[in-house]
Design a protein around this ligand. Structure first.
Ligand SMILES: O=P(O)(O)OC[C@@]1(O)O[C@H](CO)[C@@H](O)[C@@H]1O
Length: 294
């Protein structure tokens, strides 16, 4: 089972404006939606859709935390969160002529919460643990290292780029985006070739594989045997929120089925290209033949 840990979840509020943003006047949204979000939660949602056994844990609090739990239950996503006093955040995406994303930093949580999260993980005895998303302001990367070192599960990590090079644990996979790859390595990432070099440099610092999401340029995977790039197919983009999480879910579901890295990356890119075509972190309807979501 692949268990996801979201230490700083969110309710994702996505609003659409049929005009440009303007200062000094009230503008009315033409559409709005609320989704249970945060990177680990999204990964669990997409894994579930892909038919992989999964469960979401992490930290929830307040009325927004209740919304997340209720929504996951309604969507049939298995979850087991630690409850805290700090209120789960509300992150906003505004879709106009461009995409604007405003994320709260999230509530501070007590360091002992990490022990409670580890207890929850142990309860479900996963093969793989995915720690994804920003950390609450009060926690450092040692919290992720503690989770990774608590048992013999494989740990996958998707935290901020500037935190990746501070991790000291053992990780089977990390998933930076282009900006995070640059932040983690200090290397140029303007071209796919530069990203490939940066991903290899990051991998050689101690990750078994690095899966880098490159937006419209697709994604690449760096392993000990080399680096493979998979371009993104042409896609109608509604918004990009959750695309990296969809990529990761596609890759992990394929690896769990025993597929090789290159095929897993192809599946991940296919899933991500579906997710950019729907608003928020909606799970796209199954349709096209050969799609790993079918
Ligand atoms: O602030 P973080 O934790 O880095 O990112 C949180 C977030 O932007 O990531 C998800 C999309 O990947 C959204 O569901 C959520 O709002």
């Amino acid at each position: 089972m692949i268990l996801t840990v979201t230490l700083n979840p969110a309710v994702d509020h996505t609003v659409r404006l049929d005009e440009s943003l303007e200062a000094g006047r009230v503008q009315r949204a033409s559409e709005a939606r609320f989704d249970a979000g945060g990177k680990g939660i999204n990964v669990a949602k997409y894994l579930d859709e892909l038919g992989a056994e999964t469960l979401a844990t992490g930290v929830l609090g307040g009325f927004l935390g209740e919304f997340v739990a209720t929504r996951l239950t309604a969507d049939g996503i298995a979850h087991d969160f630690v409850e805290t006093d700090g209120r789960t955040r509300l992150n906003t995406t505004v879709l106009t002529d461009a995409e604007y994303k405003i994320n709260h930093r999230g509530p501070s949580v007590d360091g002992s919460v990490v022990d409670r999260v580890i207890e929850r993980i142990e309860r479900h005895d996963p093969e793989t643990v995915v720690v994804a998303g920003s950390l609450p302001p009060s926690l450092g990367v040692e919290a992720v290292d503690r989770i990774a070192a608590s048992a013999d599960w494989e740990t996958v990590v998707d935290v901020g780029g500037e935190q990746l090079d501070r991790l000291a644990g053992s990780y089977t996979l990390c998933k930076p985006n282009r900006a995070e790859l640059a932040a983690a390595t200090g290397a140029p990432t303007a071209t796919v070739e530069e990203c490939a070099r940066a991903a290899e440099a990051l991998r050689s610092t101690g990750f078994e594989r690095v899966v880098a999401s490159l937006g419209a340029d697709g994604a690449l995977v760096a392993t000990r045997s080399g680096t493979v790039h998979v371009p993104a197919p042409e896609a109608e983009v509604v918004d990009t929120v959750g695309a990296g999480d969809a990529l990761l879910a596609g890759v992990l579901a394929a690896l769990a089925e025993g597929k090789p890295d290159e095929d897993a990356l192809r599946d991940g890119v296919a899933v991500a290209s579906r997710v950019v075509g729907v608003p928020g972190t909606t799970i796209p309807a199954r349709s096209s033949v050969g799609d790993p979501m079918d």
